[in-house]
Design a protein around this ligand. Sequence first.
Ligand code: ATP
Ligand code: MG
Length: 608
Amino acid sequence: MQKVGIFRSIHVKFILIYVMLIIIAMQIIGLYFAKELEKTLKTNFTTSIEDRMNLLEFSVREEITKERNEQDDPTLEQSLRTVLFGFSAEDIIEILVIDSNKKIRATSDSTNQQIVGQRPMDDIVKKSITSESTFESTYVDRNSGKRIWVSTKPIMSDDILIGTLYVKSNIEKIFNQIDEINHILAGGTVVSLTITIIIGIFIAQTMTRPISDMRRQAQAMAKGNFSRKVRVYGNDELGQLAIAFNHLTNQLQESQSSTESERRKLASVLENMTDGVIATDRKGRVSLINDSALLMLRTSRDLALNRPIINILGFENEYTFEDLIQIKDSIALDFSTREQPYILRVNFSVTQRETGFVNGLIVVMHDNTEQEKIDMERREFVSNVSHELRTPLTTMRSYLEALAEGAWKNEDIAPTFLRVTQTETERMIRLVNDLLKLSRMDSRDYDLSLEVIEFNRFFNGIIDRFEFSKSQDVQFKRELHSNDLLVEIDTDKMTQVIDNIISNALKYSPDGGTIRFKVRAFDDHINVMISDDGMGIPKANLKRIFERFYRADRARSRAMGGTGLGLAIAREMILAHGGEIWAESEEGKGTTIYFTLPYDLEMDGEWE
Ligand code: ATP
Ligand code: MG
């Protein structure tokens, strides 16, 4: 937060306002006081002079109107001078007595007696005596620069003007006094200003301290620190504001911590979800992505955050962000490689405000590979079964049609045709039986009727059966185990397994070939091997021969009557026994099928 400039701070503003108010108040008081004082002092001064002039006028009139004896009595000028000297005072500069002929008859200034008998030259004197009434005026003396107050008073005897009194007095003293008082006032103003400024600083501080406290607290709160409290200095408006502020802090802290715990809850839910979740902002950039989503999209958080969701999901060419907002159904995202299927199901939901403004998008991804795989297998299975059934059925239909159209009468063809339909029917029955077997194994709707047998003897029995009935020129070589091997198996099912493996070996063996049988015993299992030196299986197809309906060479295999279910059934049965089955093969050199069965050494002892 920015700092408040010194002249903008409330503190300084307060003090400035204080000072201004005091200065204005002092000025108004001072002005009024000075004016009133000046008026009073002046009036006092002039009335004191006027009182004395009244007295003087009386004495001067007495002297002028007095009958005088030329020898004994002093002259009028002498007597007037005596009277004037008697009236001379500190504040009176000069008193003139002027007769009705406008001649000066006496002056109180002893150094200036030569003007007696002359007419006054001074303008102001002239003006005052011609007015023939009381006259007063203030002027500044040119020589001394001091203010002078002059007044005249006519001397009347029986309503006849016999002369004029002219008094020149020094009024400067009054102005000096006023100046002094003004100085005192100014001094007082300065002192009171200083005192009020100091008091003002303290008062302003008491006002601004809580405010700056709150400012600091607000700053701390913005940084997430809620531990501070504003001090409450009193119960005034500021104190109440501080209480309200502290209350607000508490509320904020509480709501923040509850938001925080909600956020943590949500984060842990998101992180522990197996579904991938991505949230975007309103521009479609990734703002949140959980670990599952990162794993599914095989990316890192650093790479994903802030990138457009369209790029992350690889939709650049198909959709825009606006399209995603409109999508109601889920979309399948196929990341499958040739080796591994990988399909994600993606759902979109838009986060909106009440106004309809789109805030962003939530994308939920679910790994749908298993489901898709099952669906695909099911579809493939149905198509395989229908295909396998259609072939014999169409064959049969055409033969039956031929028979119906008259071939039944032909003794040469009819039996052949009937044999063909019989073979095809048997083939279908076998297929359906195989399918039933598989379906029972799938639904675990079977019981292994286990019995303990000696494996070498059991295996030999089956090989013998094949050796006696074989139509090809194939040699059988046995490398069975020298010891008795006691295993617990379902002999019926195991016979089916071994039958199929041997019949396959016979089917794909050339004339003059050899089929080898080998049994080896290990600590916890026996390993059975049946190998031929036939055509072999291409490497790429080796794993697939255990899949249902898989035949490496369709045309040839069908010609040999196979449906491609034999090894699939064998695999299920071996797995049901707790063993494993696999194949090794080299094209043109031969094929080896291995399977294992669990075997317990201890059981031999029990048996004996
Ligand atoms: P079915 O056993 O149902 O009569 P099938 O023999 O064709 O039919 P499987 O036994 O499951 O089916 O064998 C699957 C495929 O594996 C065969 O079609 C064949 O292509 C291949 N195969 C199996 N055993 C051998 C073998 N010994 N040599 C070469 N290819 C084999
Ligand atoms: Mg077979």
